[in-house]
Design a binder for this molecule. Structure first.
Ligand code: AMP
Ligand code: ZN
Ligand code: FE
Ligand code: FE
Length: 294
């Protein structure tokens, strides 16, 4: 996609969904910023699960040429128990209700991990909380991938994918949910903090049950700003369906990598967002919060 900046043509590459080791990615925020710069990405969002812990390091390593979008992928659950991920971008980090919501989810992830481990131990799988914590960076959001890493480190599995397939899928007997806000509550919290809300991979059925098409109505009523249309876990048919919903409701449509370093196959910017869609999304934040190095 060509754009003009300072009278010069340049290629725009916008990736609005990535993870660092402040959640279950494997790159430091600094490495993520450096990779984005060296791969010619022009806009990168850092969206670790339920945290803003990577923001400062990403800002510190920012250099000219990259627009940094700070955000978080918020774990949500519908009243029917369906897991939904909501990307919050460009929100004010000083907003306390949003930070409290994220903190509550992170706190709950610990007890939830203990319960998953207890179930595994009962089934004869020898793994401890300490071994899981050994896989977690300081200050990072604890998740199933760290348990997977601990099982791999013990030689009990080959990689994260194998652990998810054999033991940790949302449908498996070892699966335990943690506290999460509903998608509507998360959207309202993001909006109240001045940010924009984009529902992540809404039809990625690989992850388990997904929301119904009708449920977008209540997300839109709550203030949803965009839909992640292009994502590796959604088929072309699903992407078309989401495109139609976004077009009808005048929502922004995004495409992104959901990059996790070596934690997943996803390559940075394997899917990208159209610049016009990004402009539309960004304009819906209550202040201009894109970070740029001088
Ligand atoms: P949790 O947040 O603890 O429920 O863990 C869910 C996270 O695990 C998702 O956000 C994904 O990033 C990751 N995940 C899910 N399935 C897989 C998989 N097959 N391989 C690697 N990571 C996965
Ligand atoms: Zn993840
Ligand atoms: Fe996700
Ligand atoms: Fe993600």
């Amino acid at each position: 996609m060509h754009h003009l900046r300072d009278g010069k043509k340049f290629i725009v590459k916008i990736d609005l969904h990535t993870h660092s080791l402040m959640s279950d990615g494997t790159d430091r925020p600094s490495e993520l910023v450096n990779k984005a710069l060296s791969q010619g990405i022009t806009t990168l969002a850092l969206t670790d699960h339920d945290t803003v812990a990577g923001w400062d390091e990403a800002i510190e390593w920012l250099r000219p040429g990259l627009d940094l979008v700070l955000g978080s992928e918020i774990s949500c659950q519908t009243e029917d128990g369906i897991s939904v991920h909501m990307l919050g971008l460009l929100f004010d980090r000083e907003n306390q209700p949003l930070q409290q919501m994220l903190a509550q989810t992170r706190d709950n992830r610990l007890g939830r991990m203990e319960r998953i481990i207890a179930r595994m131990n009962e089934a004869g799988i020898e793994i401890s909380l300490a071994e899981v914590h050994a896989q977690l960076s300081d200050g990072a959001t604890l998740g199933r991938p760290h348990l997977a890493d601990a099982l791999v480190a013990k030689g009990l599995a080959k990689n994260r994918d194998e652990v998810f397939a054999d033991w940790l899928a949302n449908s498996s007997p070892f699966y335990v949910a943690h506290y999460s806000p509903t998608p509507e509550v998360a959207i309202a919290a993001i909006k109240a903090a001045g940010g924009v809300a984009v529902i992540a991979h809404p039809l990625a059925s690989l992850r388990g049950r997904v929301v119904s098409i009708e449920s977008f109505d209540s997300h839109i009523a709550a203030g949803l700003d965009g839909i992640e249309v292009k994502h590796r876990d959604q088929t072309p048919e699903q992407q078309q369906l989401l495109f139609d919903i976004a077009a009808k409701a005048d929502l922004a449509m995004t495409g992104s990598s959901d990059y996790h370093g070596t934690g997943k196959m996803n390559e940075l910017a394997e899917f990208t967002t159209d610049p016009a869609q990004w402009e539309k999304l960004e304009s819906r934040a209550n202040a201009r919060r894109i970070m740029r190095a001088l």
